[in-house]
Design a protein around this ligand. Structure first.
Ligand code: 4AD
Ligand code: MG
Length: 431
């Protein structure tokens, strides 16, 4: 019976004879003794191969492995403080599954090269840890929303309507008609709240971002909750509770992954609701005070967000932006004309925006007026969206969070591309 290496490392197999299978992480040897560090998805273990035990033929094979050759090994589990991880397998039998060719990735390789061989680099310790972490983060988000009575819904990926403005749309040919890859499932999530109350979409979003930055992808995974009857206030409360739950659970359950990625858990332990809040106007003033340069009516870029969040240990809400610089569907603040009931949530340590959310315009006349201001046709491809305000409209709110932005911050990654297996950016669509 094959066992996972992780099970051995947990100390559950001491003294037992086991079979393991996996890939060669390292190999070194001399005369009659050979060491292979074997890895599988659950961990790494040192295997000591003696010629007198496995015989001439197997011993020669074992000394000819490459990095990433796949092998099967039978051996006896021994505690050994000198071995990495504290356990060693004393090998009785060795079998090559596929020796393959010399692995092209060795030391000191450039970022560009590693992106070219992404399909192989995804076996690296760092990316394996990041992919596991992403999986857990998504699970905890789902767990939180499920516990709060949300239904998961599926928005279409091919759409006629634009959600976040025309400039970053990927156009496609849809049987001879123009259509677009979705920038956001929000407008469709809004449809679903009338039947289901609280919903979330989790789907890829596409942005033809021309900028080459450490936080923009052309294709990213978008979590978009949308809630009937929620105010702007309720919306922000949900965001901070969801993030606190997810981060706290992750820190508690996966210290091993944080260690592997050299991320200080103490920083994440501080991420608990409530989060600090700042009005847009004050945030602009703050940026200028701290050495940045911007005016009311401009949106924050990465630099401004870094300046703003430098002093914070928790994510920072910036709320109530001028309506002209935000999307058409955001409700105007009745108490502050010209500004909308929205928020961005900025992750600390310079990571910046991870969430954008708002209360939606739910009044028919307000929506028609705003769409006209934004040059959108209420009787065109978005007629169905306007319809929602004609039949039993209700106050509602929602937000969108980029999963790779969240993962980048939680894991302290330098670049967003390492939060997704196959990053799509302005310069790259391979592999
Ligand atoms: O702020 P955005 O554009 O808001 C919307 O799309 C709303 N319709 C969401 C909603 O209310 N349902 O995008 C939301 C989030 C951002 O805060 C960011 O985390 C992520 O999506 N995001 C990106 N992530 C990676 N690469 C990009 N190019 C991204 N653009 C946005
Ligand atoms: Mg935004």
């Amino acid at each position: 019976m094959y066992v996972e290496i992780g099970k051995i490392l947990k100390g559950e197999m001491e003294g037992k004879k086991v079979s393991i299978r996996g890939w060669v992480h390292r190999q070194r040897g001399s005369g009659n003794l050979n060491f292979i560090i074997l890895r599988d998805a659950s961990g790494r273990i040192q295997c000591a191969i003696k010629k007198e035990k496995v015989g001439e033929k197997s011993f020669t094979e074992a000394s000819q492995v490459y990095i990433e050759s796949s092998v099967e090994i039978v051996g006896t589990v021994k505690k050994d403080e000198r071995a990495p991880g504290g356990w060693e397998l004393q090998v009785d039998d060795f079998r090559m599954v596929s020796r393959g060719e010399p692995f092209p990735i060795s030391k000191d390789l450039s970022e560009e090269f590693l992106l070219d061989v992404r399909h192989l680099w995804l076996r690296s310790r760092k990316l394996v840890a990041a992919m596991k972490a992403r999986h857990h983060l998504v699970n905890y988000l789902r767990e939180y929303l499920d516990g709060d009575g949300f239904y998961e819904i599926v928005p279409p990926v091919i759409t006629k309507s634009q959600c976040e403005g025309g400039s970053t749309l990927f156009a496609m040919d849809y049987f001879g008609e123009p259509a677009y890859l979705s920038q956001s499932g929000q407008l469709y999530a809004e449809v679903m709240i009338f039947g289901l109350g609280k919903v979330y979409a989790f789907a890829p979003s596409f942005r033809a971002e021309k900028s080459r930055t450490i936080r923009h992808l052309a294709e990213y995974w978008h979590l978009e909750p949308e809630m009937a009857w929620y105010s702007h206030e309720d919306n922000m409360k949900l965001q901070e509770d969801m993030i606190s739950y997810t981060v706290q659970k992750f820190v508690k359950e996966h210290p091993d992954l944080l260690e592997e990625l050299e991320r200080d858990p103490a920083k994440l332990k501080k991420v608990k609701a409530p989060f600090p809040r700042m009005l847009y106007d004050d945030a602009v003033e703050q940026v200028n005070k701290l050495g940045g340069k911007m005016e009311i009516g401009q949106d924050f870029g990465a630099d401004e967000e870094a300046i703003l969040t430098k002093e914070y240990e928790k994510p920072l809400f910036v709320e109530k932006f001028p309506k002209g610089i935000k999307a058409f569907y955001m409700r105007e603040d009745p108490k502050k004309p010209g500004y909308v009931l929205n928020n961005d949530l900025l992750a600390p340590e310079g990571h910046g925006e991870i969430i954008g959310g708002s209360e939606r315009i739910w009044d028919y006349n307000e929506l028609i007026a705003r769409m006209k201001e934004f040059g959108l046709d209420p009787n065109g491809d978005m007629k169905w969206y306007v319809d929602l305000r004609r039949y039993g409209s209700v106050p509602h709110s929602g937000f969108g969070m980029g999963i790779e932005r969240l993962t980048k911050w939680v894991l302290g990654l330098n670049h967003i591309r390492d939060a997704i297996p196959f990053p799509r950016t302005i310069t790259r669509c391979y592999p």
